[in-house]
Design a protein around this ligand. Structure first.
Ligand code: NOJ
Length: 558
């Protein structure tokens, strides 16, 4: 078992990521240095001291590449460059230098399933016409029906509507996301070679690892005739076939691609690391997390689980077992740029499903009114629980400030393609992407001098980092204290459950880690007895030997 390293660990530690805390930056919403309303790389660099002070090990940047922003940067026009609105490659290098100085590692996002329709190759494909070699790098097909006027298959786009768009000469191209995101043809050797080049390009610039977007989508069954999904084959990760036989998602052939990537990662010392964003069945996750593949895979089960002790215990056990089987560590995520921020999720009725939350967003967060005090209390408890687990914790920018989801964005302010593609029936992900408040006053709460690309709501300044710093009760200080303690407390990857089955049923989740360190969460509406021990940290004020409702404590016993 590898030990968790210190700040960024020894530079050559190949296992630095195993129990690292990785902070996700969504660059356009993080900090705007040049006042154009869009966050940028110099903005990231200027705020790295905040992240070092917070105590994270690494920073993962969502895409900062040239993009038309049809999908918030996940439509990449040039994989080896920086969007001029966000800076230059020199700015990127300066950011890496500053990160090095502060002992932080940098990870970048790789988006291999699709490019932007502005990518040179796609523009070439459009110009070159049907039957051309340029079209082979993407997935162009003739349509069905009279005059080829119908899409080649029934495949739906994940953002709503069909996954095919027709071009001027009558052919159709595949896009499993927005029409501005044409899917690559991964059977094409040039596509494969080009991504090796991209991985080396960023590795050579000092990047320690990669987050792989839609990692389960690359290897489609493109043999003719293309297969319709029909009524039986769904897109839902839990319904995907276990044998890799879906025509689009999670096909076994994808792992051959990642074995090639592993060879590239292993050219470096330490080897570059990667984490897969793969929406697949848990049983199929291990292949992505294999040391011969990407190395780690996101586990979103924790994010999706209710704060229910029995359910969480099972979720944690499964995730740890899967990770162990893969030879990896598990990942823990409460929020990211694709989901409603967790203090707001927890402020909603316990029985709310994903669908209920989506419907609630359409009421602009008004019906029902969320109980934000309860949401924050639960969020703090969930955070200390997550940070006590063995494995890597991925934090999303602003969660260290306890930011809620912004639910009041007006329809015309929405930028997420989901809003338009769903015909105005799904509000989308803009509410978790609103630019951060750094200061309680000043232009746009310290985000930058220009009008932010998404408006910040009134009162946003009350969450500002400068107000929270030094306030022992703040969310920021809770995260700082937890990350500081975690550095000393984590010595191996073991977890042992404590507490009886009936205690778990009544909402108590209690485990120990090596060195007499306990994490005890009371995930219920009643107080519980606090186990004996020295309280190291608590997500809320403990009361008289009692563990109040929705509270996690870290304890040490002799
Ligand atoms: C997953 C990303 O996290 C999401 O933001 C994006 O829209 C899709 N992949 C498509 O790239």
């Amino acid at each position: 078992m590898s030990q968790r390293p210190g700040p960024a660990g020894p530079p050559n530690d190949a296992g630095w990521w195993r129990q690292a805390v990785i902070y996700q930056v969504y660059p356009r919403s993080f900090a705007d240095a040049d006042g154009d309303g869009l966050g940028d790389l110099p903005g990231v660099t200027s705020c790295l001291p905040h992240l070092a002070d917070l105590g994270v090990d690494a920073v993962w940047l969502s895409p900062f590449y040239p993009s038309e922003l049809a999908d918030g940067g996940y439509d990449v026009a040039d994989y080896r460059n920086v969007d001029p609105r966000l800076g230059t490659l020199d700015d990127f290098d300066a950011m890496v230098t500053e990160a090095d100085r502060l002992g932080l590692r940098i990870m970048v996002d790789i988006v291999p399933n699709h490019s932007s329709d502005q990518h040179l190759w796609f523009q070439e494909a459009l110009a070159a016409g049907r039957g051309s070699a340029a079209r082979e790098r993407y997935v162009f097909r003739e349509g069905r029906g009279e005059g080829g006027g119908l899409p080649p298959t029934d495949w739906p786009s994940s953002f709503g509507g069909p996954a095919w768009t027709r071009v001027a000469d009558g052919q159709w191209y595949l896009h499993l996301y927005a029409p501005e995101q044409p899917d690559f043809n991964w059977d094409h050797p040039e596509v494969r070679e080009d991504f090796h080049r991209t991985l080396r390009f960023w590795s050579d610039r000092g990047v320690s690892g990669f987050r792989i977007d839609v990692a389960h989508g690359l290897a489609k069954d493109l043999a003719e005739p293309l297969r319709d999904l029909g009524a039986d084959l769904s897109y839902q990760p839990d319904d995907l076939p276990e044998d890799g036989s879906h025509p689009l998602w999670d096909r076994d052939a994808v792992h051959e691609i990642y074995r090639g990537w592993r060879q590239v990662f292993d050219e470096y010392t330490p080897p570059r690391f990667a984490v897969a964003e793969a929406w697949v069945r848990p049983s199929r996750r291990t292949a992505y997390a294999s040391p011969h593949g990407l190395g780690q895979a996101f586990n979103f089960d924790f994010l999706g689980a209710r704060l229910n002790a029995s359910q969480l215990r099972a979720t944690i056990d499964d995730a740890l077992a899967d990770a162990r089987e893969a030879g990896a560590t598990s990942t823990w995520v409460l929020s990211n740029h694709d989901v409603v921020r967790h203090p707001t999720r927890y402020a909603l009725p316990d029985h709310f499903t994903k669908q209920d939350i989506a419907a609630w967003l359409l009421t602009d967060g008004q019906d029902p009114r969320p109980d934000m005090d309860l949401g924050l209390r639960k969020a703090r408890a969930a955070t200390l629980l997550m940070l006590a687990l063995p494995g890597s914790a991925y934090l999303y920018q602003g969660e260290e400030l306890g930011l809620p989801e912004v639910t009041g964005l007006a329809r015309e302010e929405l930028r997420d393609p989901i809003w338009v593609r769903s015909g105005g029936t799904v509000k989308g992900r803009d509410g978790c992407r609103v630019p951060l408040p750094w200061t309680h006053d000043g232009a746009h709460y310290g985000f930058g001098t220009g009008e932010p690309w998404l408006p910040q709501p009134a009162g946003w300044g009350s969450y500002a980092a400068d107000l929270q710093r030094g306030d022992a009760d703040s969310v920021l200080e809770l995260y700082r204290a937890a990350l500081r303690l975690r550095r000393d407390l984590v010595v191996d990857e073991e977890l042992t459950w404590a507490g009886s089955a009936s205690q778990t049923e009544s909402g108590l989740l209690h485990f120990t880690r090596t060195g007499g360190w306990h994490a005890v969460s009371n995930l219920s509406y009643q107080s519980a007895a606090l186990p004996e021990g020295e309280v190291l940290l608590s997500s809320g004020p403990p009361a008289d030997g009692q563990l109040p409702p929705w509270t996690t404590v870290w304890l040490r016993t002799a």
